[in-house]
Write a protein that binds this ligand. Structure first.
Ligand SMILES: CC(C)(COP(=O)(O)OP(=O)(O)OC[C@H]1O[C@@H](n2cnc3c(N)ncnc32)[C@H](O)[C@@H]1OP(=O)(O)O)[C@@H](O)C(=O)NCCC(=O)NCCS
Length: 174
């Protein structure tokens, strides 16, 4: 993936030096409330930054100052379809950064990577996420009931979760 530059952001590959900024939001339970993992220690954040430096599906989202404020997951699936995901540092929510970055990523995917369709999944109880998807023009294509669980309760029973599925075709993207 090439570097994507927008008005306020630089979207680039991870480097092994991104551990500290990753830790700043991966240690925040509120940021990870809907993710399938628990808050990371500093050590785990540093090794995750190193791992991501070798995994093209994860992209660092930085301010022009160089500060890493979040990340995208952008992965090619079957049938020229790409799946997108995102996690941003809570300190930078509410400024339109995720919207600006996601629109640029979609444009890059449709215009330069040959994507025909993009999809995203999110928890219905996470309006920050599905509002973002709707702001960039994605359509809600379905609601899956109790299709997945990430954690179990104290008795070991799955904590089932519902999922909204979103999608957009290249022909729909403005
Ligand atoms: C999902 C997530 C990235 C959305 O972040 P966000 O800050 O709501 O999204 P944006 O950065 O695009 O900001 C949009 C908000 O900023 C406001 N805003 C301010 N300036 C703006 C601008 N120039 N352009 C667009 N929106 C702007 C919008 O009105 C909107 O506020 P609202 O939600 O009150 O309507 C963030 O909540 C997050 O990281 N959550 C934790 C991880 C997570 O749940 N990931 C999804 C798992 S499926």
């Amino acid at each position: 993936m090439k570097e994507i530059i927008t008005e306020r952001l630089v979207i680039r590959k991870f480097t092994e030096n991104d551990g500290e900024d990753l830790y700043e939001y991966f240690s925040n339970p509120k940021v990870l409330e809907f993710e399938p993992y628990k808050p990371y220690s500093k050590e785990k954040s540093y090794s995750e930054a190193k791992r991501r430096a070798g995994d093209e599906r994860f992209l660092a989202v930085c301010l022009k100052s160089g500060k890493l404020i979040g990340n995208f997951y952008f992965a090619k699936e079957e049938f020229e379809t790409w799946e997108v995901g995102y996690v941003f540092n809570e300190m930078y929510w509410g400024n339109g950064y995720a919207t600006e970055g996601l629109l640029a990523l979609m444009k890059y995917g449709f215009q330069e990577l040959g994507a025909r369709r993009m999809i995203a999944m999110c928890d219905p109880q996470n309006p920050h996420s599905w509002k973002l998807l709707e702001r960039v023009g994605m359509r809600r294509e379905g609601t899956l009931l109790q299709n997945v669980y990430f954690f179990t309760d104290e008795d070991g029973n799955p904590i089932w979760k519902d999922t909204y599925e979103y999608g957009i075709l290249k022909s729909e993207f403005q």
